[in-house]
Design a protein around this ligand. Sequence first.
Ligand code: 5GP
Length: 218
Amino acid sequence: MTDNGKNLPSSISELDTRYLILDTRFRRGLLFVISGPSGVGKGTLREKVFDILPDLKYSVSVNTRPPRKDEIEGQDYYFVTVDEFKKRIEENIFVEWAIVHGDYKGTPIKFLVEELQKGRDVLLELDVQGAMQVKKKFPDGIFIFIAPPTWKDLEDRLRKRNTEGEKALEKRLKDARVEMEYKKNYNYLVVNDNIKTALKKLESIIIGERCKIANYKK
Ligand code: 5GP
């Protein structure tokens, strides 16, 4: 090294992306699952982690909730009716599904399995019920729990987001208490006290798992 590292990229991910060809040939695809209470900032973290690690694949869920103002079909969710969702359950297209805050949500199995088989890393954002179903089927998955620093912080964030009415907000807060109990079933805990540090933690977990010898094919 001739420049004392001055010209090295500041983020590991640039290098990581450059090594993609090597990774996909020699490393198994990794399945990352993130969960955490509504309002904890999972969505923002998820978006930002894809900016840093563009080779990571996101599995788009099927959802019976009506789209929010800025949500895009096929990008944020596949929006379907309850009848359509139930039909898809019968057709066995989901690796997991659950009723979350009163709406059906599910992960299609086809995309997930195909990407993992290609050696690509996939990230799912699931509620705790869905994550536990995935854990049974994919015990090698990497399960990451995102937690708020305090209950007050979570409530403030939900109020600020203001996508739900007061009744729905109360329900999400009540659900959050139950969801937090599940964190012991996860491999990693990321407290989202600050988006920048939480993102760094999430990125570090992903990079760390990518470097694990055990994740390389023999
Ligand atoms: P929202 O309605 O705010 O988009 O999502 C509510 C919750 O549903 C989030 O906590 C998210 O993690 C969870 N969720 C999103 N997609 C799925 C899915 O496919 N399956 C399960 N089990 N939960 C999901």
